[in-house]
Design a binder for this molecule. Structure first.
Ligand SMILES: NC(=O)c1ccc[n+]([C@@H]2O[C@H](COP(=O)([O-])OP(=O)(O)OC[C@H]3O[C@@H](n4cnc5c(N)ncnc54)[C@H](OP(=O)(O)O)[C@@H]3O)[C@@H](O)[C@H]2O)c1
Length: 329
């Protein structure tokens, strides 16, 4: 296939491009040419700031356009309208953050209520109303491509190349060893998807020219924080000692959920369980998961190979020690 990928040079898009090339597709990239210079030699790059003008794609024929880098409705509509006449299929990469809240019951499927915003024209990547703005961006794609638009809503995306340290923290921290703060409760469920499984799913769906909306997160069966840490330890051969800490120690210690303590969120009315996103529709459509041990090992191997391994926003060792000391008082 002949694919236009809007983005493609950082993390999620980069894996989609790598997978597409491995599958023998022809890829053309649309981005500003600022990130990932030197990546994908031989792949055509159309240079444009998509927030300003995407006329560079007009008249170009592709089998599908995969928009990985759209956050705001105006930009997504502008791209969709620019390619509509010559590109029959459009895929928009969205997020599970579109949901109005994360109530656990029933599991959140694709028909669940979505978030709204009072500032629909906010166009700054500062996280404000991220999910609600992605809803509007989804709608912009659908306004142009109709029900045949493919919308993929991933959960936390993890694996080699993830610079945010939101999952990478765990394999690297467990690899470093010693006493490791484990955020309780141990039974609390976690959800995430390996970026390579996501890339495969997106391309499988694009190859079928599928439309519709799909939550794309994992794992296939329920995994608790306890299971996850145990399985990472086994996969990477870590002898770290886990000390489980009550959530109150973290909330009192002003630990920022999720970003500072990866994959941990305190209970709240809006998200009593957190991992309540249903992936049934995507699994029925063909989403498959690699063994989790592979995700853990490969993420650690990638991080070890980086010249400047990303620190992200995760907990520092100093803060971890202070919290462990508090927990023992
Ligand atoms: N990470 C997660 O856990 C997670 C979870 C759910 C959903 N998502 C979704 O996954 C996507 C994230 O993908 P990624 O950032 O890893 O994708 P990526 O496609 O690998 O990287 C972002 C691309 O956007 C391009 N870009 C940035 N600003 C641009 C502009 N103004 N005009 C044209 N191109 C521009 C960048 O190139 P230049 O800098 O050269 O322009 C780069 O190629 C987002 O849609 C996000 O909502 C992520």
């Amino acid at each position: 296939m002949d694919l236009l990928i809007a983005g493609g040079t950082q993390f999620v898009g980069r894996h989609i491009v790598e997978t597409a090339l491995k599958r023998g597709h022809k890829v053309t990239l649309l981005n500003r040419g600022q990130s990932g210079q030197g990546l994908f030699p031989g792949v055509e790059r159309l240079t444009a700031d998509r927030t300003v003008d995407v006329s560079v794609v007009k008249g170009r024929k592709f089998d599908s356009c995969i928009d990985v880098s759209g956050y705001f409705h105006r930009h997504v509509r502008m791209l969709a309208e620019a390619v509509k006449a010559t590109v029959p299929h459009f895929c928009f990469v969205s997020t599970i953050s579109v949901y109005a809240d994360w109530r656990p019951s029933p599991a959140i499927d694709e028909s669940f209520d979505v978030a709204t915003t009072e500032t629909p024209d906010h166009e700054v990547r500062d996280g404000k109303d991220y999910g609600a703005l992605k809803v509007l961006a989804e709608n912009a794609a659908k306004a142009v491509y109709g029900e045949g638009t493919l919308i993929v809503r991933p959960g936390l995306i993890v694996g080699p190349g993830d610079h945010t340290n939101r999952f990478t923290y765990w394999p690297t921290r467990l690899h470093a060893g010693g006493e490791v703060l484990a955020p309780g409760p141990k039974e609390r469920l976690v959800q995430f998807i390996d970026v390579r499984d996501l890339a495969n799913f997106i391309l499988d769906m694009v190859e079928k020219k599928a439309g519709g909306t799909y939550n794309a997160t994992g794992p296939a069966t329920k995994m608790s924080m306890g299971d996850m840490l145990d399985q990472i330890q086994k996969a990477i051969g870590s002898n770290a000692k886990l000390t489980w800490v009550e959530p109150k120690v973290l909330t009192d210690g002003d630990v920022k959920p999720y970003t500072e303590m990866p994959l941990w969120l305190p209970e709240s009315e809006k998200r009593p369980l957190f991992a309540s996103i249903s992936n049934a529709k995507a699994i029925a459509a063909g989403l498959r998961y690699r063994p989790f041990a592979e995700t853990a090992k490969d993420t650690l191997a990638w991080w070890k190979g980086e010249k400047n391994p990303p620190k992200g926003t995760a907990l520092t060792r100093e803060k971890e020690s202070a919290l462990l000391a508090k927990a023992k008082k």
